[in-house]
Design a protein around this ligand. Structure first.
Ligand code: ADP
Ligand code: MG
Length: 232
């Protein structure tokens, strides 16, 4: 056992995870850890288990075997009630296609998690506006997702993921549907905000340029970690 200070104790740990979907084995002994404030890239070919690992770490999917620990709590053993509370208060998620609510304007999409947490509509919309500003999309505040570019919609999705001050953001191919300029804008905004707020980020990507924004990279192959190291 090493004698590490509290700062180096991982915030989130997956140990020896296995997960099978029907006859398809998504994870076979995958382990990973994420320190507080760390940006970790997860790369690997399509089908290597990246999304399944993210879902297990975020408490969205229960692994068949292995342990997921978040700040000392075993996520794989928690009740659904406690898990959903953790997901709401401690975690933010953003996917390849932002999954914004199409009927709501940008500002109302970002205000929604605050409303769910009990904020008044006025306060929630004011704070959402500040987060849109932070991500360079305040000018789009009253537009619906279908009225924006893909890059703008992803920056709104990031604002929504970060507005509640989560300790971890899970991003599954957040630039996967964007051209390289829009992808750079999304990554720059994500990394800057994560640094400012000391938010840890688990970043899935198949793009080496995107992975280079991370502090560290792990590469999956066939449901397990093939290589780990400092991102290029
Ligand atoms: P990646 O994100 O690296 O592309 P995934 O974690 O999505 O990999 O998938 C890993 C493997 O598990 C793939 O073979 C995939 O087809 C399978 N898989 C993932 N999710 C499901 C599911 N819900 N049902 C059936 N098979 C799945
Ligand atoms: Mg995937």
């Amino acid at each position: 056992m090493s004698d590490m200070g509290d700062d180096t104790v991982p915030l989130l740990t997956a140990r020896d995870l296995t997960k099978t979907h029907g006859r398809s084995r998504a994870l076979s002994g995958a382990s990973a850890e994420l320190a507080a404030g760390e940006i970790l890239a997860v790369t690997g070919p399509s089908g290597s288990g990246k999304s399944t690992l993210l879902h297990c770490l975020a408490g969205i999917v229960h692994p068949d075997e292995g342990a997921v620990t978040y700040a000392g709590e075993r996520l794989d053993e928690l009740s659904e009630k406690r898990l959903s509370e953790l997901r709401r208060t401690e975690f933010g998620v953003v996917f390849q296609f932002g999954q914004l609510i199409p009927e709501l304007t940008a500002v109302d999409n970002v205000a929604l998690p605050l409303l769910l947490a009990g904020a008044s509509r006025t306060d929630a919309r004011a704070e959402a506006g500040e987060w849109l500003e932070r991500f360079g999309v305040r000018g789009q505040a009253e537009l619906r997702p279908g009225e924006m570019s893909g890059g703008q919609a992803q920056r709104v999705a990031l604002a929504r993921a970060l507005v509640t001050g989560p300790r971890v953001v899970f991003a599954d191919e957040p630039t996967g549907a964007l051209d390289s300029l829009a992808g750079e804008q999304v990554m720059t905004a994500l990394v800057r905000t994560a640094r400012e707020c000391a938010t840890a980020v688990l970043l899935i990507t198949h793009d080496a340029q995107v992975a280079a924004y991370a502090d560290r990279e792990i590469r999956l192959a066939d449901g397990t970690v093939a290589t780990a190291g400092v991102a290029a």
